[in-house]
Every structure is written in C-alpha cells, then in structure tokens.
Design a protein around this ligand. Structure first.
Ligand code: LAN
Length: 745
C-alpha cells in the first residue's frame, strides 16, 4: 500500500485530503538532485529536521530576527546576502521552484497514470491544492502559464490531472472549470500537444492528432528540414511523440478514462468524427497558426501517405531508429532527460516498449520525482530539474559586483558555491555525439545540473565567469585547473552563428523558415535556434574575461568571435533603442545584457550611439516611483522571422508594455544594472531606482515575490524566484562600489 495510492486501475479508491501537514515536508539535496519527501512517521520527522530553506520554500514562518536597517546600498547588499545565504543548500547551490508553465504537470501525471505508477495521497492532495490555487479567479480554468488567460490547453489538461489524482467531477471547482472548458469548445478545440496526451490516455482517438511521422528521422542529414536541424527541445519532444503516434499506443481504458470521455467534450463522444477535428483549435490557444505548407503536408500524410503508401518496413525502421535515439537521450542523462516534457514521453515509450517491470521504467519513475516541487500553494512541476548552476553563477557574480569576494564574512558561502560549480562541470562529451546529433559539451556547465548535462552557451559562460572570478580572488583555491577552463573555452568557441551571434544549446542549424513546420500552435519561434542578445552577451563577457587572464590561448579566435558578436548585437538593436529578450521579460532584460556587451568593448553612453540609445530607451520607461515594470505581454508582441498570421512577413519591432501591478524589483534591478554598465551620467535616475529596491527590502533582508520574470517560446512565462535576490544585490553592489559616498535614502 503506497499510502492510499491514487490509481483506479486496480480496485483502489483514490484518497485525497484537504491538505497535508506542511511541517512534514523536506527537500533532499543529493548533490543538487532535488526530491521532496513527506515524513508521515513522527520519529523520522524528528530525526530529519526542516531547514530554513525548506520552510522558506513551503511558505512557513522563518522567525528570523530583523537586521539593522540598511542606510546605504552596501548595507542593503549585506542584509540581502545574510538572508540569501540561509537558502544556500548543502551541496553549495541555490535551489527554487521553477514553475509558471501549466502544461508540464499534466505530462507527468498522465505518464504516471498510463504506466500505473501509484500516486501517493500527499502528492495527489497537494497537486489538487496547487491547481485549485492557480485556477483563473473568474472562470476557474487554466492558461498556458500562471498569469495567462484560460485556454483549452491549460484547462483540458489540468482538469484531467485533477480527475486522475482523484478529485470528483462534481466538486464545485470542477463544475466551474468544466463549464469554462465547454465554453471554449471542449477538448476537440485543444492544440496538438493536448490532443497527443489525451490520445495516449485513451480519452481521444488518435485520428484527432496531426501526424508526427517518425520517418522524418530517416531523412539524410543534408535535407534542409531534417529534424537534427531543429531546436533541441522540439526535436527531443517530436522524437518520443512520433514513436507513440506511430504505434498509436494507448493506456488502459479505466472508469476514469471512460468518464473523462463524457466530461471533456461538448459533443456525444460516440458521435465525434475525431479525424475532422485535427485542426480545430480555440483562438486563445492558437498563438502560432499552422502554415498553409504544414496544413498541406498534414493533409497528404493523413489522406494519402498513411492509409495507402506508408510501407510497414519503413514504419518499423523509423520506429526502431527513434527508439534508439530515445535510448541515447535516456542513457546520456541517466533518465533525467532534457526537460519534463520529453522525460514524461520517454517514460511512456519505455513502458510501452519494455513492459511494466523494465529497469528503464523504474529509472524514469524515479527520476520524474526531480521535476516536482512543493510550495505554499501545493505541488507543481518545474520547467527543468532545477536552476542550480545558473542561479549559483549569478549569486557569485552579485557578491563580486559588490566588491565583497575578499570579505571573510562571505567566504564559506562562496567556497561552497565554488566547490559546487567545480563538481558540476561536464568533463566529457556524450559517447554518441555525432550519431545522436549532440553538441560538443566537454568543459561546459548545464542550466540545471550535470546529470541533465546539456551545455547552453550562456550557462557555460556565466558559470565559467564565476569560477574564474573566485579562483582569481586571494584566499580561494584553483579547483578547476587551466586545462578544464580551456575545455570550457573550446566548447564556447563552437557557438558562433554565421552572423556572429550566439544561440542557446547549439548554433543555428537551419533558418527561421522552418517555423513553417511549427505544429505546436501554442508557441512561437520553436523550430530552430535563433540569435539571442542574452546568450551572445554572456559568451562575449566570458571570452573577454578569460582573455584577460590567459592572453595567449586561442587569442585571435577569441578576438574575432567577440568583435563579430558585438557587431551583431548592434544590428539587433530595435529602432526604439531597446533589445528584445527571449528568456526574461523582455526589453528590459535584453537591454541590460546588450549594454553590458557594449561596455565590455569600451562602448558606453559617452562614446557610443548604441549605448546612448539603449540608455535613453530605459530612461524613457522609468516610472514616477523610480522603478520599471514591463509586462510579459511585451514578449508576445515581437514577430520575428516568420509571422504566425502572415508567413514571411518582415520583422516587427515589438512593444514595451507596462505591467498593471506597477514597478517590479527585478526589472528595476535589470534597468539599473544596464545603466550602470553603460556609465549613464545622470546618477539621480539610478538612485531613484535603487531607492525603490531598498524600500521594498524586508527587515530580514529578503525581497518578496512579485510578477513572473521569465519567458520562453514567446508565449509561455516561467518563474525565476532567485532573481529577486541576485539582481537587486548586484545592482546595489555595483552602485556601492562605483559611488561609495552617494546616499540613496
Ligand atoms: C530554459 C531555461 C533557461 C534558459 C536560459 C539559460 C535563461 C536562456 O538564456 C537559454 C535557454 C534556456 C536554457 C531555456 C530553454 C527552454 C527551457 C528549457 C527553459 C525556458 C526552461 C523551460 C524550457 C523548456 C523548453 C520547457 C519545455 C517546453 C517545451 C516547449 C519542450
């Protein structure tokens, strides 16, 4: 008995409670593999005490003493660090919730359900609490992400999750959500990925899912649209999706599945012509309408290729090769996988292929735990298995910018952080790099941890900068030796795009025209790698810092790389003076990075048109109260490369949009950092921003969570809870070292 496990495959009735006892939750940090444990046993709970970090994550009172009120920016930095230090986890990194997207937990829960994985009552209970807490206050539905308006994607999948974990259909909140779902047209109006998951679950018939032909993996590499050229996240999702689509694999038809067939549709299930709804979609979900080209290809696949032409041997071959690529992904990450989307799908593939008792299934089941996070509102699924290396790198840099790396007060914290990054450097390329189309990664750092093991241009850069900074500070050992630092540089140097810019996981392998094949409907710019000012800046600053300390290693290549990259950043400036950010919201985020890039080659407000325009742009957006406040909607305004509505339309500028809830600490810090990097001469504006940041600091040194900070794929937002510590500390610290005698309040 797994604590009243929720699964109606057997006779067991779901057990779901009002709430769990929050004093019983603990987060285990196994060298930055995060798992949450509920200690039902009193003895066990006594032996394993809750830490300050646990309590903080869970929203329990911390009872920390107030600190001496900050009179100067440097005081505020120290108070901030005093608080933030308490959140450092035993293995030396900072952890956090990484929620926001509302389509991740459904993948995990549907995978659990169809693989007959028991769901303990304390998970079921807190999943219910989280989803109820995050239901849209007016219509009771869910959107693509926590701040978005209700969509079929969010509503149909999260409603399904609630039913699978044992919430009854007649619960008032379910009745309300269902009404909203029906208002939006019901499940037939869902986007592709929802139709996929609901078909796996057996609530829909596979005919409703637009083709995901695994045959594409058999194309020779020279074919311009071959999947190895796609953005890593899309090809790693397409891969297991294609396998399951080709097999038309479905979980067992349980009572709940049969009941969902009645609940999720406006129509009578038996009468639905599923094939006719392949392209039915509600406008709220249709961020990127499918192109005429994709619609035509789909039509041919459905009406000609699949029924008449698709030879069995080819289908088998494609499935086998997909299966092999899936195994490579599982092996290279020890089943952690790139992100929860493909991890949940690979889990189902292994179950379908290897059977319920297979080792692969057991490992997927175990590792899926690492995506889960418990917070005050309940249990959610993180966007990745964490933000470990990324946040740790920024934390170190914030201390550096405040000029405090030599202060013995912070040495233990920084030593732990350095040791963490030392242990997390990826030491080898993947075994099957060429065969699996993987990017070189030796010497790299991942965004989360080395188990996941995917190098990202800016994650390598930020971690490398932090390591170099600390190792060049008196009192710190050189844990990462020169050879390993050069390995990181070798890998970074592979990231240059033909226009000089950098992308995220790999250099671009095809052009933006590939968006013509974007089938996901809910996301924009997902098919290939694009040039990103954020990533480009990070690489520029890392290479420059390295070159300062190791002037002889690959110096010519580094100079050429940096010059081309900065030239590209100049071309990416929008007419209004800002830069468009793809991973943080939005112009404020990228403009901070771009100004840093320019500063790194000596271009600032006084001597550079670009830097001046960038600063003027930021200043034009400063609010009365001194802060900045950009809204996530800004991210959705830019249509680059190929537009959704009108394919092949020219790039649009994109608009800065104010957040209705007023100035935001994180955004204000970004703007101030950009202005300071560019040596913006009017100190008064900068001081006004910092004053707001200082006034928002709590007596114990912390800052409170405000609006969501991050974004991906243009349409989906994601939380970076540690940004409210690292960026304010960095902004205040930069100011304190630059203007030690200036008063802010
Ligand atoms: C991330 C998170 C980190 C982010 C930065 C390092 C900030 C960025 O500068 C480069 C891109 C990267 C690594 C990134 C890419 C896309 C991710 C992995 C995410 C936004 C976190 C979640 C998202 C992933 C795609 C979610 C799953 C969704 C799919 C569409 C497959």
């Amino acid at each position: 008995d797994v604590n009243g496990a929720v699964n109606d495959h057997g006779a067991k009735r779901p057990r779901i409670e009002d709430r769990t006892d929050y004093t019983r939750w603990r987060m285990r940090d196994d060298d930055s593999r995060h798992t949450w444990h509920y200690l039902e046993d009193d003895e066990a709970a006594k032996e394993w005490a809750q830490t300050v970090a646990d309590k903080y994550f869970l929203g329990l009172p911390l009872d920390l003493p107030g600190l001496p009120p900050a009179k100067s920016p440097l005081d505020a930095v120290k108070n901030g660090l005093t608080f933030f230090e308490k959140l450092q986890l035993p293995s030396g990194h900072w952890g956090c919730e990484y929620g926001g997207p509302m389509f991740l937990l459904p993948g995990v829960v549907i995978a659990w359900y169809v693989t007959k994985t028991p769901i303990p009552w304390f998970y079921a209970t807190e999943i219910k609490n989280y989803l109820f807490a995050r239901a849209h206050p007016e219509d009771g539905g869910w959107g693509l992400h926590i701040e978005g308006e209700s969509s079929v994607f969010g509503t149909v999948l999260n409603y399904t999750v609630l039913r699978l974990v044992g919430v009854e259909a007649d619960h008032p909140k379910m009745v309300k959500a269902r009404a909203t779902l029906h208002e939006l047209g019901g499940a037939t109006h869902a986007p592709h990925w929802a139709k996929f998951w609901l078909s796996v679950l057996g609530v829909m018939k596979w005919d409703i899912v637009n083709p995901v032909p695994p045959e594409l993996w058999l194309l020779p590499d020279w074919v311009p649209f071959a999947p190895w050229r796609w953005w890593i996240h899309i090809r790693q999702v397409f891969l297991p999706m294609g396998y399951l689509w080709s097999k038309k694999w479905q979980g067992e038809e349980t009572e709940t599945v049969l009941s969902l067939r009645k609940e999720l549709f406006v129509e009578d299930w038996d009468k639905i012509d599923f094939a006719s709804h392949r392209n039915t979609i509600h406008p709220n979900d249709n961020y990127h309408p499918k192109s005429w080209l994709l619609n035509s290809v789909n039509w041919l696949l459905v009406n000609i290729w699949n029924p008449y032409l698709r030879p069995k041997f080819l289908a088998d071959w494609a499935e086998d090769w997909s299966s092999e690529l899936i195994d490579m992904e599982d092996r290279n990450t020890d089943y952690a996988d790139l992100a929860p989307v493909n991890a949940a799908m690979n889990f189902v593939v292994c179950y379908a292929r290897d059977g319920p008792d297979a080792e692969s299934v057991r490992r997927h089941r175990e590792r899926a735990e690492e995506f889960l996070w418990v917070k005050d509102e309940g249990l959610l699924c993180n966007g990745t298995n964490g933000v470990q290396c990324w946040d740790t790198a920024f934390a170190i840099q914030a201390v550096m910018d405040a000029g405090l790396t030599e202060d013995p007060r912070w040495r233990p914290m920084l030593m732990k952080a350095l040791k963490y990054l030392d242990g997390q450097q990826i030491r080898e390329n993947v075994e099957d790099q060429a065969k699996g189309y993987r990017q070189q990664r030796k010497g790299a750092w991942a965004f989360s941890n080395k188990d996941q093991g995917y190098a990202v241009s800016d994650c390598v850069s930020e971690a490398l900068k932090s390591v170099i900074i600390l190792q060049r500070t008196p009192g710190f050992p050189s844990l990462v030796d020169d050879r390993r630092i050069c390995d990181a540089i070798d890998t970074l140097l592979t990231y240059s795009n033909s226009d000089g810019s950098c992308s995220s996981y790999e250099p671009s392998r095809a052009g933006p025209w590939m968006e013509m094949l974007n089938a996901a409907e809910v996301f924009g710019n997902i098919m290939v790698e694009y040039p990103y000012p954020e990533c480009t800046t990070a690489v520029v600053t890392a290479l420059s810092l390295f070159n300062k300390h190791w002037p002889d290693y690959r110096a010519d290549e580094i100079h050429r790389f940096v010059n081309r990259a900065v030239s590209w950043i100049k071309t990416a400036q929008k007419p209004h003076g800002g830069w468009y950010g793809s991973w943080g919201i939005c112009f404020t985020y990228a403009t901070m990075f771009a100004l840093e890039s320019l500063a790194s080659i000596g271009e600032t407000y006084e001597n550079s048109e670009y830097a001046k325009k960038g600063c003027d742009f930021l200043i034009s957006k400063q609010r009365e109260d001194g802060g900045w406040s950009e809204c996530y909607k800004a991210s959705q305004t830019l249509v680059s490369g190929i537009s959704s509505a009108n394919h092949l339309q020219a790039c649009e500028t994109g608009e800065y949009i104010e957040h209705p809830s007023g100035s935001q600490v994180v955004m204000t810090a970004w703007a101030v950092i950009g202005l300071l990097k560019a040596k913006y001469p009017d100190v008064e504006s900068i001081k006004k921003g910092l004053k707001l940041i200082m006034e928002r600091q709590q007596p114990n040194g912390e800052w409170l969570q405000e609006a969501i900070e991050g974004v991906f794929n243009k349409s989906c937002m994601i939380s970076y809870p540690n940004y409210k510590f690292v960026f304010p500390i960095k902004a205040l610290g930069m100011f304190a070292t630059k203007y030690p005698d200036e008063k802010v309040i």
